[in-house]
Design a binder for this molecule. Structure first.
Ligand SMILES: Nc1ncnc2c1ncn2[C@@H]1O[C@H](COP(=O)(O)OP(=O)(O)OP(=O)(O)O)[C@@H](O)[C@H]1O
Ligand SMILES: [Mg+2]
Length: 320
């Protein structure tokens, strides 16, 4: 697994759609009442072969509901979806899909090795090949040492790794992962990031939901953001995140506490180690800030850079 793989794959073939939703809807009915919940309200998106696609949105936005419809665990109330060219639900197409549910359920009395083998067998593997693939994915997910412990004695992160191993064992063409980094420590998160990049390098397509926007920004070619069951943002990350011409970040080293002229020029600075970062929105504000900082103080100017929007900025602006 290499960390130096570029974030955007040059091999994305935009014509080859492997996952598609068209006006997909889901309305839940509360049992014994007339109350309904419109969880997914007519969403559409396409995922192309060889890309990493991020599926985002606040709690309750409809991500898990959509993924459950895509893997045939739940029937849609409207619209349609295709997976690897087949109308959902298609057991044949699902044999080529690796699915990680939101909270992977591993039978408590099975060990990771037994659980992964069972999932491999359910996906048509057997014999020496199944045993080889099981060992490979257990090692890849870092659970080889715990492979013979019953699942009921394992931590949340280890269960998550077991679920990921089970999703990968049959070498699926398309991975559908509902919050793959959930419950993992920082090293585990990085390992899963590297694993997702390696899967794309091997020519596979990865669709995953996540709340960890920094991971999504590092990994994804394209994203779709849901809000209350509707798509509010969709497109290539590189095109969605703007670099502003007018807004700049100005970094000074030195003690800025109590420097009123600076505060007046650019309120709400943020501390970053022994530096302070000020944000200015115009040339006039920049001139004012520089004049205030450099007149009679021992602050050192470190950098003036155009402000680049992060995925978190975009998410806060459009999804909350
Ligand atoms: N089985 C259910 N019956 C009724 N309503 C449900 C059911 N499952 C989900 N919902 C509702 O559907 C909406 C979407 O839920 P969903 O689990 O798809 O959101 P999500 O985007 O995955 O959220 P999270 O980030 O918290 O995982 C929510 O309002 C939720 O309460
Ligand atoms: Mg969810």
């Amino acid at each position: 697994m290499s960390a130096s793989v570029p974030a955007t794959s040059p091999s994305v073939a935009t014509g080859d759609v492997v996952l598609s939703a068209k006006n997909l809807r889901k309305q839940y009915k509360k049992p014994f009442s007339r109350v309904t919940v419109d969880a997914v309200r007519g969403i559409s998106f396409d995922v192309h072969r060889g890309e990493i696609f991020g599926f985002l949105g606040p709690n309750g936005a409809g991500k898990t509901t959509t993924i459950k419809m895509l893997v045939g665990l739940m029937a849609a109330t409207g619209g349609e979806a295709t997976v690897l060219g087949a109308q959902v639900p298609s057991p044949e197409a699902l044999g080529k899909v690796g699915f990680l549910p939101e909270n992977p359920y591993v039978y408590p009395y099975l060990t990771p090795r037994e659980f992964v083998e069972l999932c491999g067998r359910l996906n048509g593997l057997g014999g020496a090949h199944l045993r080889k693939r099981t060992e490979e994915v257990l090692a890849k997910l870092g659970i080889a040492d715990a492979a013979d412990r019953p699942a009921r004695t394992m931590s949340k992160g280890m269960l998550q790794r077991t679920g990921l191993a089970a999703a990968l064992v049959h070498e699926p063409e398309l991975l559908l992962l509902d919050e793959p980094m959930s419950g993992l420590d920082p090293v585990g998160r990085k390992e899963v990031r590297d694993l997702i990049l390696a899967e794309r390098e091997a020519g596979r397509t990865v669709f995953f939901s996540s709340h960890v926007l920094a991971d999504v920004e590092l990994l994804c070619d394209r994203v779709c953001i849901l809000k209350k069951g509707e798509v509010v943002v969709s497109g290539a990350i590189a095109e969605l995140l703007h670099t502003s011409d007018s807004v700049r970040e100005v970094v000074f080293a030195g003690d800025t506490t109590g420097h009123e002229a600076l505060q007046a020029a650019a309120p709400s600075p943020r501390r970053l180690g022994d530096t302070t970062v000020y944000e200015v929105g115009s040339d006039d504000a920049l001139r004012q800030l520089l004049a205030a900082a450099l007149a009679g103080s021992d602050l050192r100017l470190i950098a003036v850079t155009p402000k680049r929007e992060t995925l978190e900025d975009l998410f806060v602006r459009r999804a909350l």
